[in-house]
Design a protein around this ligand. Structure first.
Ligand code: ADP
Ligand code: MG
Length: 268
Protein backbone atom coordinates (compact mmCIF):
# COMPACT_ATOMS: atom_id res chain seq x y z
CA UNK A 1 0.00 0.00 0.00
CA UNK A 2 1.33 3.42 -1.01
CA UNK A 3 0.82 5.97 1.75
CA UNK A 4 1.12 9.43 0.27
CA UNK A 5 0.65 12.90 1.74
CA UNK A 6 0.30 16.08 -0.29
CA UNK A 7 1.31 19.20 1.64
CA UNK A 8 1.47 22.87 0.67
CA UNK A 9 0.34 26.41 1.35
CA UNK A 10 -3.40 27.13 1.50
CA UNK A 11 -4.92 27.83 -1.90
CA UNK A 12 -1.92 26.52 -3.84
CA UNK A 13 -3.79 23.64 -5.47
CA UNK A 14 -3.41 20.69 -3.11
CA UNK A 15 -7.00 19.47 -3.23
CA UNK A 16 -7.26 19.91 -6.98
CA UNK A 17 -4.03 17.99 -7.54
CA UNK A 18 -4.87 15.33 -4.95
CA UNK A 19 -8.35 14.68 -6.35
CA UNK A 20 -7.07 14.44 -9.91
CA UNK A 21 -4.38 12.05 -8.70
CA UNK A 22 -6.96 9.90 -6.92
CA UNK A 23 -9.04 9.85 -10.10
CA UNK A 24 -5.95 8.86 -12.11
CA UNK A 25 -5.05 6.07 -9.69
CA UNK A 26 -8.60 4.72 -9.71
CA UNK A 27 -8.76 4.81 -13.52
CA UNK A 28 -5.55 2.76 -13.53
CA UNK A 29 -7.45 0.11 -11.58
CA UNK A 30 -6.12 0.90 -8.12
CA UNK A 31 -8.22 1.01 -4.96
CA UNK A 32 -7.94 4.50 -3.50
CA UNK A 33 -8.81 6.32 -0.29
CA UNK A 34 -8.46 10.11 -0.03
CA UNK A 35 -8.43 11.81 3.36
CA UNK A 36 -8.84 15.58 3.55
CA UNK A 37 -6.95 17.08 6.50
CA UNK A 38 -7.93 20.71 6.15
CA UNK A 39 -10.67 22.35 8.23
CA UNK A 40 -12.06 23.75 4.95
CA UNK A 41 -13.25 20.15 4.33
CA UNK A 42 -13.46 20.60 0.56
CA UNK A 43 -10.69 18.14 -0.33
CA UNK A 44 -13.03 15.50 -1.75
CA UNK A 45 -15.59 17.86 -3.35
CA UNK A 46 -14.52 17.06 -6.91
CA UNK A 47 -14.75 13.32 -6.23
CA UNK A 48 -18.07 13.42 -4.38
CA UNK A 49 -19.63 16.01 -6.70
CA UNK A 50 -20.57 18.04 -3.63
CA UNK A 51 -19.04 19.35 -0.46
CA UNK A 52 -18.78 16.62 2.18
CA UNK A 53 -21.59 17.31 4.61
CA UNK A 54 -20.48 14.84 7.26
CA UNK A 55 -16.89 15.18 8.40
CA UNK A 56 -15.32 12.94 11.02
CA UNK A 57 -15.40 15.73 13.59
CA UNK A 58 -19.08 16.45 12.82
CA UNK A 59 -19.92 12.82 13.52
CA UNK A 60 -17.74 12.67 16.64
CA UNK A 61 -19.57 15.74 17.96
CA UNK A 62 -23.07 14.44 17.20
CA UNK A 63 -23.00 10.69 17.82
CA UNK A 64 -21.85 8.31 20.52
CA UNK A 65 -21.66 5.18 18.37
CA UNK A 66 -19.88 5.77 15.09
CA UNK A 67 -19.82 3.39 12.14
CA UNK A 68 -17.66 3.28 9.02
CA UNK A 69 -20.55 4.44 6.88
CA UNK A 70 -20.90 7.62 8.96
CA UNK A 71 -17.51 8.95 7.94
CA UNK A 72 -16.61 7.14 4.72
CA UNK A 73 -18.29 8.40 1.56
CA UNK A 74 -17.93 6.76 -1.84
CA UNK A 75 -16.98 9.08 -4.69
CA UNK A 76 -15.92 8.87 -8.33
CA UNK A 77 -14.92 5.32 -9.34
CA UNK A 78 -15.65 4.11 -5.79
CA UNK A 79 -12.86 6.17 -4.25
CA UNK A 80 -13.23 6.18 -0.47
CA UNK A 81 -13.52 9.80 0.64
CA UNK A 82 -13.04 11.06 4.18
CA UNK A 83 -12.91 14.62 5.51
CA UNK A 84 -11.36 15.14 8.94
CA UNK A 85 -13.25 18.41 9.34
CA UNK A 86 -12.45 21.09 11.85
CA UNK A 87 -13.67 22.93 14.90
CA UNK A 88 -16.32 25.64 14.65
CA UNK A 89 -14.60 28.76 13.27
CA UNK A 90 -12.94 30.64 16.11
CA UNK A 91 -12.93 27.80 18.62
CA UNK A 92 -10.61 24.90 19.19
CA UNK A 93 -7.52 23.64 17.43
CA UNK A 94 -7.72 22.38 13.86
CA UNK A 95 -4.58 20.29 14.31
CA UNK A 96 -6.14 18.50 17.26
CA UNK A 97 -9.09 17.69 14.98
CA UNK A 98 -6.81 15.83 12.61
CA UNK A 99 -5.45 13.71 15.43
CA UNK A 100 -8.97 12.71 16.50
CA UNK A 101 -10.10 12.10 12.93
CA UNK A 102 -7.18 9.87 11.97
CA UNK A 103 -7.54 7.87 15.18
CA UNK A 104 -11.19 7.22 14.27
CA UNK A 105 -10.28 6.13 10.74
CA UNK A 106 -7.82 3.66 12.23
CA UNK A 107 -10.16 2.40 14.94
CA UNK A 108 -12.95 1.72 12.44
CA UNK A 109 -10.66 -0.24 10.07
CA UNK A 110 -11.70 1.87 7.10
CA UNK A 111 -8.44 1.25 5.31
CA UNK A 112 -8.17 -2.42 4.40
CA UNK A 113 -7.02 -3.55 0.97
CA UNK A 114 -6.44 -0.14 -0.58
CA UNK A 115 -3.55 0.21 -3.02
CA UNK A 116 -3.18 3.91 -2.36
CA UNK A 117 -4.10 6.14 0.53
CA UNK A 118 -3.60 9.81 -0.06
CA UNK A 119 -3.74 12.55 2.59
CA UNK A 120 -4.43 16.15 1.52
CA UNK A 121 -2.94 18.29 4.26
CA UNK A 122 -2.93 22.03 4.85
CA UNK A 123 0.67 22.92 5.57
CA UNK A 124 0.98 26.65 6.12
CA UNK A 125 1.73 25.98 9.72
CA UNK A 126 3.36 22.71 10.57
CA UNK A 127 1.84 22.63 14.03
CA UNK A 128 1.71 19.33 15.88
CA UNK A 129 -1.68 18.42 14.45
CA UNK A 130 -0.84 19.00 10.82
CA UNK A 131 2.34 16.97 11.24
CA UNK A 132 0.34 13.95 12.44
CA UNK A 133 0.08 12.20 9.06
CA UNK A 134 3.89 12.12 8.87
CA UNK A 135 4.69 11.96 12.57
CA UNK A 136 2.55 8.92 13.28
CA UNK A 137 3.57 7.05 10.14
CA UNK A 138 0.17 7.38 8.45
CA UNK A 139 1.99 8.61 5.34
CA UNK A 140 5.51 7.74 4.22
CA UNK A 141 5.88 9.43 0.81
CA UNK A 142 5.51 13.19 1.07
CA UNK A 143 4.97 15.54 -1.86
CA UNK A 144 4.85 19.33 -1.59
CA UNK A 145 2.81 21.46 -3.98
CA UNK A 146 4.30 24.87 -4.73
CA UNK A 147 4.28 27.64 -7.28
CA UNK A 148 7.22 29.97 -7.89
CA UNK A 149 5.83 32.56 -5.48
CA UNK A 150 7.99 33.34 -2.47
CA UNK A 151 5.35 32.61 0.15
CA UNK A 152 4.46 29.30 -1.42
CA UNK A 153 8.14 28.31 -1.48
CA UNK A 154 8.47 29.55 2.09
CA UNK A 155 5.67 27.22 3.20
CA UNK A 156 7.18 24.39 1.14
CA UNK A 157 10.57 24.91 2.79
CA UNK A 158 8.96 24.85 6.25
CA UNK A 159 7.19 21.62 5.41
CA UNK A 160 10.54 20.18 4.28
CA UNK A 161 11.91 21.05 7.73
CA UNK A 162 9.11 19.01 9.27
CA UNK A 163 9.74 16.10 6.92
CA UNK A 164 13.44 16.19 7.76
CA UNK A 165 12.72 16.04 11.50
CA UNK A 166 10.52 12.97 11.17
CA UNK A 167 12.69 11.34 8.48
CA UNK A 168 15.57 11.22 10.92
CA UNK A 169 13.39 9.26 13.36
CA UNK A 170 11.37 7.06 11.02
CA UNK A 171 10.59 5.97 7.50
CA UNK A 172 9.07 9.16 6.12
CA UNK A 173 10.71 10.60 2.98
CA UNK A 174 10.24 13.49 0.58
CA UNK A 175 9.13 12.24 -2.84
CA UNK A 176 9.45 15.60 -4.56
CA UNK A 177 8.03 19.00 -5.35
CA UNK A 178 4.89 19.24 -7.48
CA UNK A 179 5.00 22.56 -9.31
CA UNK A 180 1.56 24.10 -9.79
CA UNK A 181 2.05 27.07 -12.04
CA UNK A 182 1.01 30.63 -11.29
CA UNK A 183 2.87 31.82 -14.36
CA UNK A 184 5.59 33.68 -12.47
CA UNK A 185 8.82 34.50 -14.36
CA UNK A 186 11.10 31.51 -15.04
CA UNK A 187 8.88 29.49 -12.73
CA UNK A 188 9.86 26.01 -13.86
CA UNK A 189 13.61 26.72 -13.65
CA UNK A 190 13.13 28.27 -10.21
CA UNK A 191 11.18 25.26 -8.96
CA UNK A 192 13.77 22.89 -10.40
CA UNK A 193 16.58 24.63 -8.57
CA UNK A 194 14.51 24.91 -5.38
CA UNK A 195 13.90 21.16 -5.50
CA UNK A 196 17.60 20.48 -6.11
CA UNK A 197 18.61 22.65 -3.16
CA UNK A 198 16.21 20.63 -1.00
CA UNK A 199 17.89 17.43 -2.23
CA UNK A 200 14.81 16.33 -4.12
CA UNK A 201 13.38 16.90 -7.61
CA UNK A 202 10.52 18.56 -9.42
CA UNK A 203 8.26 15.60 -10.16
CA UNK A 204 5.82 17.62 -12.26
CA UNK A 205 5.19 21.11 -13.51
CA UNK A 206 1.42 21.46 -13.82
CA UNK A 207 0.35 24.24 -16.16
CA UNK A 208 -2.14 26.84 -15.05
CA UNK A 209 -5.17 26.05 -17.23
CA UNK A 210 -8.72 27.35 -17.22
CA UNK A 211 -9.96 23.78 -17.77
CA UNK A 212 -9.21 23.21 -14.06
CA UNK A 213 -11.60 26.01 -13.11
CA UNK A 214 -14.27 24.83 -15.53
CA UNK A 215 -14.08 21.32 -14.10
CA UNK A 216 -14.26 22.77 -10.59
CA UNK A 217 -17.36 24.77 -11.51
CA UNK A 218 -18.94 21.48 -12.57
CA UNK A 219 -17.81 19.81 -9.33
CA UNK A 220 -15.58 17.39 -11.22
CA UNK A 221 -11.94 16.53 -11.58
CA UNK A 222 -10.31 17.36 -14.91
CA UNK A 223 -10.04 13.63 -15.55
CA UNK A 224 -13.81 13.32 -15.38
CA UNK A 225 -14.72 16.63 -17.01
CA UNK A 226 -12.20 16.63 -19.85
CA UNK A 227 -10.62 13.16 -20.02
CA UNK A 228 -9.01 13.82 -23.40
CA UNK A 229 -7.40 17.12 -22.40
CA UNK A 230 -3.66 17.71 -22.12
CA UNK A 231 -4.20 18.74 -18.48
CA UNK A 232 -5.79 15.36 -17.65
CA UNK A 233 -2.73 13.66 -19.13
CA UNK A 234 -0.44 15.78 -16.92
CA UNK A 235 -2.23 14.42 -13.83
CA UNK A 236 -2.14 10.85 -15.17
CA UNK A 237 1.60 11.12 -15.81
CA UNK A 238 2.15 12.51 -12.30
CA UNK A 239 0.20 9.54 -10.93
CA UNK A 240 2.45 7.09 -12.77
CA UNK A 241 5.58 8.93 -11.63
CA UNK A 242 4.45 8.88 -8.00
CA UNK A 243 3.65 5.15 -8.13
CA UNK A 244 7.08 4.35 -9.56
CA UNK A 245 9.14 6.93 -7.71
CA UNK A 246 12.22 5.42 -6.13
CA UNK A 247 14.05 8.67 -5.48
CA UNK A 248 12.72 9.48 -2.06
CA UNK A 249 15.03 11.59 0.09
CA UNK A 250 15.68 13.23 3.43
CA UNK A 251 15.32 16.92 2.54
CA UNK A 252 17.88 19.66 3.19
CA UNK A 253 15.81 22.81 3.86
CA UNK A 254 17.12 26.29 3.10
CA UNK A 255 17.39 29.38 5.28
CA UNK A 256 14.96 32.20 4.58
CA UNK A 257 17.80 34.37 3.24
CA UNK A 258 18.86 31.66 0.79
CA UNK A 259 15.27 31.32 -0.35
CA UNK A 260 14.92 35.07 -0.90
CA UNK A 261 18.11 35.08 -2.97
CA UNK A 262 16.93 32.17 -5.08
CA UNK A 263 13.59 33.80 -5.83
CA UNK A 264 15.30 37.12 -6.67
CA UNK A 265 17.72 35.33 -9.01
CA UNK A 266 14.91 33.98 -11.19
CA UNK A 267 12.20 36.55 -10.61
CA UNK A 268 14.01 39.74 -11.51
P1 ADP B 1 -5.72 24.08 -1.76
O1 ADP B 1 -6.35 22.75 -1.60
O2 ADP B 1 -4.23 24.02 -1.76
O3 ADP B 1 -6.23 25.07 -0.76
P2 ADP B 1 -7.23 24.16 -4.22
O4 ADP B 1 -6.88 22.85 -4.82
O5 ADP B 1 -8.57 24.28 -3.59
O6 ADP B 1 -6.11 24.64 -3.21
O7 ADP B 1 -7.06 25.24 -5.41
C1 ADP B 1 -7.30 26.62 -5.21
C2 ADP B 1 -7.87 27.20 -6.50
O8 ADP B 1 -6.90 27.15 -7.54
C3 ADP B 1 -9.09 26.43 -7.02
O9 ADP B 1 -10.05 27.36 -7.46
C4 ADP B 1 -8.53 25.61 -8.16
O10 ADP B 1 -9.49 25.36 -9.18
C5 ADP B 1 -7.42 26.52 -8.69
N1 ADP B 1 -6.34 25.75 -9.34
C6 ADP B 1 -5.55 24.80 -8.78
N2 ADP B 1 -4.66 24.32 -9.67
C7 ADP B 1 -4.88 24.97 -10.84
C8 ADP B 1 -4.30 24.94 -12.16
N3 ADP B 1 -3.28 24.12 -12.43
N4 ADP B 1 -4.81 25.76 -13.11
C9 ADP B 1 -5.83 26.58 -12.83
N5 ADP B 1 -6.43 26.68 -11.63
C10 ADP B 1 -5.96 25.90 -10.63
MG1 MG C 1 -7.66 22.11 -0.15
Amino acid sequence: MKKIAIYGKGGIGKSTTTSNLSAAFSEAGLKVCQIGCDPKNDSTRLLLGKICSQTVLDVVRDKDEITKEDIMHLGYNNIKCIEAGGPEPGVGCAGRGIIVALEKVKALDIIDDEDVIIYDVLGDVVCGGFAVPIREGYATDIYIVSSGELMSLYAANNIAKGVKRFALRGGVRLGGIIGNSRNTPNEKQLLEEFAKRLHTRLVAFIPRDVIVNKAENNRQTVLQYAPESAQAEVYRQLGRDIMHNEELSVPTPMTFEELEELVAKYGN
